[in-house]
Design a protein around this ligand. Structure first.
Ligand code: ATP
Ligand code: MG
Length: 347
């Protein structure tokens, strides 16, 4: 099993190092870790945020563990040289079309949520967001109007093939969890959503063991705050997923604990914490590595089918949290290495 490790910028290298320690501690047979440069770190060394050598490592790997990219000193550079291009380029190059974001409140952390503790405590959901289509990638433009003024426009579109592909990811994820899939759209107003809904219903025939429901996005936003415990897996388009996944993260309330996966066709995937490079705390050993450690657990589950090992890591993190091992993001005083140690001890 070949895993590319792209630590990147800011707190990226610190948090990634702890996740690598955890992966190594599992004693997985045939584990091979290959490091590569991305982001501002790569630009400094090679003059490009996503050098060809890094792309080659990514192509040859089964999965990628990604830290974070972001570098103030690159602010003035042309767009294609900015650190963020590393993640956008990898998405494109590897065909990563599905973004998976679990949101869960660990026992004892209910009070960190913006929601009432009893509501927050029930959150254990997964958002599956389509990444390659929708209004972000449609035709777009800004027209000058004949009578003065301007009109901006962005074309929203989904083909049934694009919907089918992401629907399968949603149904399979639901099979691996509690068997409930909620498809979120705006089918009362949008033709895109009509194709979305029809296609999801068609795909559902292949998953008789999954209970499918449909929800309009406005209602979904409301239910995520009102009764988030009712959701298991949510599958939705790029725009709605972008908004709902950030909303769900904040319902959980701890940026240092949230992992994510971006999947291609097959099992290749890129795994990263949802937080960024956090320049304000970089290099100080203060960052909470749990989000990256949990990303490594997702990597084992989704790219290698190692459910038991993934669950072992998640249980170790949950145990550390239950024992009060809190990083600065949770108002605690544990640093990066101490949290890594605590998770390893409980593994
Ligand atoms: P970027 O531009 O790379 O996204 P950012 O400035 O938006 O960077 P984020 O990484 O998104 O920063 O973090 C937002 C805030 O949360 C920062 O103040 C940061 O210190 C804090 N934070 C982020 N990740 C962690 C972490 N793993 N542990 C502790 N605090 C964190
Ligand atoms: Mg950010």
């Amino acid at each position: 099993m070949k895993i590319a490790v792209f630590a990147g910028d800011g707190i990226g290298p610190e948090v990634t190092q702890e996740a690598v320690r955890v992966l190594k501690a599992l004693g997985l047979p045939g584990l091979e870790l290959v490091e590569g440069d991305v982001g501002g770190a790569a630009w400094r060394k090679h003059g490009h945020p996503l050098p060809e050598a890094t792309l080659e490592i990514a192509r040859a790997a089964d999965a990628i563990l990604f830290g974070a990219v972001g570098d103030f000193e690159c602010d003035g550079l042309e767009r294609h040289l900015r650190p963020e291009q590393a993640i956008l380029g990898l998405r494109k190059e590897l065909g990563l079309f599905a973004n998976l974001r679990p949101a869960r409140v660990f026992a004892g952390l209910e009070s960190h949520s913006a929601l009432r503790p009893e509501v927050a405590g029930a959150i254990d959901l997964l958002i599956v967001r389509e990444l390659n289509g929708d209004v972000y990638f449609g035709e777009k433009g800004i027209d000058d109007l004949p009578g003065g003024g301007r009109r901006g426009w962005d074309m929203m579109s989904y083909t049934d093939a694009e919907v089918r592909r992401i629907a399968h990811v949603g149904f399979k994820a639901a099979q691996g969890r509690n068997g409930k899939l909620c498809s979120v759209d705006k089918a009362n107003v949008l033709e895109t959503s009509q194709v979305w809904r029809d296609t999801v219903i068609e795909v559902a025939a292949e998953y008789p063991d999954v209970e499918l429901s449909h929800m309009y996005v406005d209602n979904a936003a409301m239910q995520l705050v009102k009764n988030p415990g009712a959701f298991d897996v949510i599958v939705t388009g790029n725009l709605f997923g972008d908004i709902l996944s950030d909303q769900a993260s904040m319902c959980v309330g701890s940026i240092g604990l949230l992992a994510s996966a971006s999947m291609a066709v097959g099992t290749k995937g890129l795994y990263e914490p949802i937080h960024g490079s956090a320049p304000d705390i970089a290099g100080k050993g203060l960052a909470n590595p749990m989000a990256t450690i949990l990303s490594a657990a997702m990597l084992l589950r989704h790219s290698f089918g190692l459910e038991a090992e993934a669950a072992r890591i998640e249980a170790a993190v949950a145990k550390a949290l239950a024992d009060g091992i809190f990083g600065g993001d949770l108002g605690g005083s544990y640093g990066t290495a101490a949290i890594g140690d605590a998770v390893l001890e409980r593994l």
